[in-house]
Design a protein around this ligand. Structure first.
Ligand SMILES: Cc1cc2nc3c(=O)[nH]c(=O)nc-3n(C[C@H](O)[C@H](O)[C@H](O)COP(=O)(O)O)c2cc1C
Length: 144
């Protein structure tokens, strides 16, 4: 059975999660936003927090929407302003995962993601796992 991870990462935590799934034979699709976020941390937090707060969707470069051949899909997103990242909002808007076994893996500084979990539980049947900075806290990966 083919399995797929679709994820976004700005600072490497998602990439660390992706390594785990790659080692477990998942196909991996990392999404890249068309518009680059500011490098400066303050402006990054303002822009990213604003876009996530309003549930906006980022335009993506060459996003492959085909998921028909997968029965199981994992969606990986950093938590911004307690919400899903705008890149993953865009992914969820473009693919149909209703008939899939879906897991959401969220990575955040606090290990908490209340608003994102609320939204997911309202819209999808999937399981939600929240990791606290897995790149730094390697043992977090055991939650997967
Ligand atoms: C714009 C922005 C907003 C963030 N908001 C939150 C937040 O509300 N709660 C939290 O715990 N972490 C927050 N973080 C921290 C990230 O969720 C955390 O560092 C995550 O592991 C980053 O994943 P990545 O390295 O794959 O990009 C925020 C980070 C950014 C850049």
């Amino acid at each position: 059975m083919k399995k797929l991870l679709i994820y976004f990462s700005m600072t490497g935590n998602g990439d660390y999660v992706a390594k785990y799934y790659k080692d477990h034979n998942y196909d991996i699709r990392k999404v890249i936003t068309k518009k680059k976020y500011p490098k400066h941390k303050f402006f990054m937090m303002m822009t990213g927090g604003f876009r996530a707060g309003f549930g906006l969707k980022d335009k993506l470069i060459d996003f492959d929407k085909s998921v028909d051949s997968y029965k199981e899909i994992v969606i990986g997103s950093p938590i911004w302003f307690d919400r899903l990242s705008p890149a993953i909002n865009s992914v969820l808007n473009q693919i149909n995962i209703d008939d899939k076994k879906v897991t959401f893996v969220l990575y955040s500084a606090s290990g908490v993601a209340n608003k994102a979990t609320e939204k997911i539980n309202k819209l999808y049947k999937g399981k939600v796992i929240v990791l606290k900075e897995p790149k730094k806290n390697k043992e977090e990966i055991k939650k997967l």
